[in-house]
Design a protein around this ligand. Sequence first.
Ligand code: DGJ
Length: 556
Amino acid sequence: MRPAAMLGRMLGFARCAVLFPAVLASSLAAQTSVDSILPHIDRTGAHPALIVDGAPFLMLGAQMNNSSAFTATLPRVWPAMEELGVNTVEAPIYWEKFEPTEGSFDPSSIDLLLAQARTHNVHLVLLWFGTWKNGSPGYAPEWVKLDGKRFPLAVSKDGRQSFSMSPFAPATLAADTRAFTTLMQHLKEADPQHTVLMVQVENEAGMWGNTRDFSPQANRLFEQPVPKAVLTAMGKADAHGNWSEVFGADADGYFHAWAVSRYINQVAEAGRRVYPLPLYVNAAVSDPLHKATPGSFESGAAVADALPIWHAMCPAIDAIEPDIYLPDHASYTAVLTQYALPWNPFFVPETGNAPAYAHYFFAALGHGAFGWSPFGMDQTGYSNAPIGAEKIDTETLAPFALNYRIVAPMQRELAQWNREDRVRGSAENPDVHTETLHFAPVDGQPARWSATVSYGMPTFYSSKPAPGNAKPEGEALVVQLGPDEFLVTGVHARVDFNALVPANEQKSQRMWLSVEEGSYEQGKWKGTRLWNGDQTDYGLNFTSAAQVLRVRLTTF
Ligand code: DGJ
């Protein structure tokens, strides 16, 4: 045990709060030396990467239900996680349990998760359920909930209290900051092996049912000129005026986003000064296909429209991620595009656990994601249908488990290929049954091939156009390894390639030079057989057999 940890144990963890200023100062000094070995975000590649143990890491994740991180319930979490084949489990840390009495901290729920995750050989992403959990203070300790004077709720337009904390209360900010910082301090001491990869600050912060806090203090600020940082972020650097004057109908939402993001940044900033693990926030996304109108989304949340504000106000947050519970193809892929931004290290921290969501995994990877995580993957008996599955059984888990079985042997390679922008993915669209995938320039030259994915084809010859699968749950993943070399896999999909030949080139038809099935073992490709004849004459056909192919192409 490290000396600081030993001291903490001897003094009893409840005294952490008293130790806090000294601990903070010493860890600030130590920060530089631990940074390189900590999990961290690297931004030097084409896509930002999560670096774990010195190399890009792909989170094959799943999140447990909200009330599952207890000794009594974890035994019903692990079997589902094992069946899925995850390498990372997302688990909540409850403020009410962590700080049951003000200033007195109980780290046992963190230690429980650390111990059990290590036994099950998985990493953790911890979710700080603090001031906001789905916009409400449900997880605030009783001493917060019962002291509305110190820890005021936001006020709604009609003057009533709303069940969301005001982001303008210094005591709430101070209390959450101290608790979060103590959590990070404990991780620093108790997790030298970096079981924990990232920490989520709050959960879907914002406010439902109201557009902003209408307390007198909030109203005063709302009448002030919009801060310069917000104007610049929103591309309105030259505008002048208060929030309504500058943003019209969107003013309340942007104002609340500014207030909540500013608050969260302060919590995060204090936490990362103690222990600089990657920190992110998750968002209840708004309708990605239509303009978000006030009242139609969680106000103040990091919805697509408000991302520039969150980005500008949260330098202490590494990433802003979408929770995707929109099963239709247009919405899901639109959200991927909204959040997979060059500045945003991207992963999907929550998505639906119904089988219809499974086929978006490769599409997420194709958008540069370094992780993906269906929600509610345990057998504690809760179902969040209709946004998720009715029950978590083998049938529900199967398509998710297949995804992870396919990529697990090459997870590190995939993370590196994604960093180099070599990965493209397709999710079956029920309305359009083929998709063309385009690749980045390779070896300094424009890509020489595109790939076509088609759905619903037989594995043998057919002259008919692709009809789509009976259930639109196909997907494909294609990685450009070199100018004429690709790695290909899929589920209920056919993949073929098209030569992108210059106009004066005669040879324009695709010829398979070799198609080898195999897998990566400790970083080395091991072929098991060559595909040829019926297996390649009509394209590369994938069923649910977890097959990965290395393909070399030429033209004739
Ligand atoms: C999104 C939240 O982040 C989760 O904690 C959970 O409440 C799901 N929605 C719904 O089950």
